[in-house]
Ligand binder design. Structure first.
Ligand SMILES: *[C@@H]1O[C@H](CO)[C@@H](O)[C@H](O)[C@H]1NC(C)=O
Ligand SMILES: *[C@@H]1O[C@H](CO)[C@@H](O)[C@H](O)[C@H]1NC(C)=O
Ligand SMILES: *[C@@H]1O[C@H](CO)[C@@H](O)[C@H](O)[C@H]1NC(C)=O
Ligand SMILES: *[C@@H]1O[C@H](CO)[C@@H](O)[C@H](O)[C@H]1NC(C)=O
Ligand SMILES: *[C@@H]1O[C@H](CO)[C@@H](O)[C@H](O)[C@H]1NC(C)=O
Length: 360
């Protein structure tokens, strides 16, 4: 903070040294006293009026917090820099096919190390999400993401798996230990996400954390990338009208001055890498080609929904994570090992830490 003390010291210096400097210009003592008095009165009036000019005081507080904010904000773009390791030796030794043979860590490069990302333990996650309302909405990918998140918060997923995986249904739970509410809302198509956003707006009820994603169903049933792009455009419009600050963002998101305004933290759950030869129906193999996936992805970037293209949502890049883990991390070429979604959850949690200027 550039606090009152510093401003006071600065003002005192001006009152003292400016007239002294002028004395060097051979002004008479009376003139010097006059200037000194005039300066003092101007500064005193200025300091007392400052609180009534919000733009001025907000410039001061923005200025003082920018250093911290900017440093950590750039870290958001390194969150996906992960190293994937194949512990196949370990796998062979334990002869246990249910245990995952892959593991991940954040990259050891210096720019990533300086961001101090952390895999949060259960207590820290409960702390961070204490009392929050978290909504995850989308298709089966989003369901797997919820499973990982709840696994981390509850310590086990046994009790929830049956309910969570009821076909095409919603799911909600209250984590008793920290009062966090976690909702999964089934929304296979982009239009379903727009409907959910409109409902939030109509009811003036917004989650603290919103994670959404959609694309696979649209690709299979409509197979039309430009139509997908248009639908993403309306999602963006609905998201922007939820936000308390201006609709246009810099490349790095909202300006630093507005971070203190309570606004939901929002994420886009990207599509996974599809491995065409492994897909489990002929229709999927025919329609969900590599070329179509690329076309859908470029529509996502063009839609300006994501932070990196000046939009409001932070991407949880499932495609890059599934690429890192590799084809042996999936059985149907579409749904991946729980490890991928765990990694995505940790990316989200670290982004939340960065956005709320906290460290563990
Ligand atoms: C990782 O291990 C699995 C078997 O456990 C193997 O099929 C796969 O080819 C390995 N991948 C890499 C990149 O070494
Ligand atoms: C395989 O893993 C399960 C649970 O993860 C464990 O109960 C079981 O003992 C393991 N089996 C072997 C052979 O290590
Ligand atoms: C959650 O927050 C409430 C107050 O907001 C506090 O009383 C409680 O101890 C917190 N719980 C945890 C697990 O931090
Ligand atoms: C999603 O949107 C489609 C098309 O409008 C609609 O038929 C379907 O009922 C919606 N699903 C949900 C879960 O809202
Ligand atoms: C694809 O979507 C666009 C935009 O909605 C539409 O104009 C076009 O006719 C669609 N193409 C096909 C083949 O349905």
């Amino acid at each position: 903070m550039l606090g009152a003390v510093q401003i006071g010291v600065l003002a005192a210096c001006i009152v003292l040294f400016v007239p002294m400097g002028m004395a060097g210009w051979h002004l008479s003592r009376n003139k010097m006293l006059f200037f000194s008095g005039a300066l003092f009165i101007t500064l005193a009036v200025g300091v007392h009026l400052m609180p009534y000019f919000p733009s001025l005081s907000s410039i001061v507080s923005t200025f003082s917090s920018v250093v911290v904010v900017e440093n950590r904000d750039s870290c958001i773009s390194f969150l996906h820099d992960m190293d994937w390791k194949n512990d196949s030796m370990l796998g062979e030794l334990s002869m246990n096919s249910s245990s995952s043979k892959q593991s991940w860590t954040w990259s050891q490069s210096s720019h990533v190390l300086s961001c101090e990302f952390q895999k949060l333990g259960r207590t820290h996650v409960l702390d961070l999400l204490n009392g929050s309302w978290i909504v995850v909405s989308g298709d089966s990918e989003a369901r797997l993401f919820v499973l990982s998140l709840l696994g981390l918060m509850l310590g086990t997923t046994e009790s929830i798996e049956n309910d969570l995986f009821k076909r095409h249904s919603n799911y909600e739970t209250l984590v008793e230990e920290n009062g966090a509410k976690v909702d999964f809302i089934w929304a296979p198509f982009p239009i379903n996400l727009t409907d959910i956003l409109k409902k939030f707006e109509k009811e003036h009820k917004y989650p603290d954390v919103l994670v959404m994603g959609s694309g696979l169903w649209h690709m299979l049933h409509f197979t039309n990338a430009s139509n997908y792009g248009e639908l993403l455009g309306s999602i963006r419009k609905s998201v922007v009208s939820l936000l308390p600050f201006s609709p246009e963002f810099g490349i790095d998101g909202p300006v630093a001055g507005s971070v203190s305004i309570q606004s939901p933290h929002m994420f886009w759950l990207g599509m996974p890498l599809l491995i065409n030869s492994m897909l489990n129906t002929e229709a999927k193999k025919e329609k969900m080609t590599e070329k179509m996936c690329d076309a859908y992805e470029s529509e996502l970037y063009r839609s300006r929904l994501l932070r990196r293209s000046g939009g409001p949502l932070v991407l949880l890049d499932i495609r890059s994570l599934s690429l890192g883990c590799g084809s042996h991390c999936t059985e149907d070429g579409m749904h991946y090992d729980v490890l991928i979604y765990d990694a995505a959850v940790h990316i989200m949690l670290n982004a939340l830490l960065i956005e709320s200027h906290q460290r563990i």
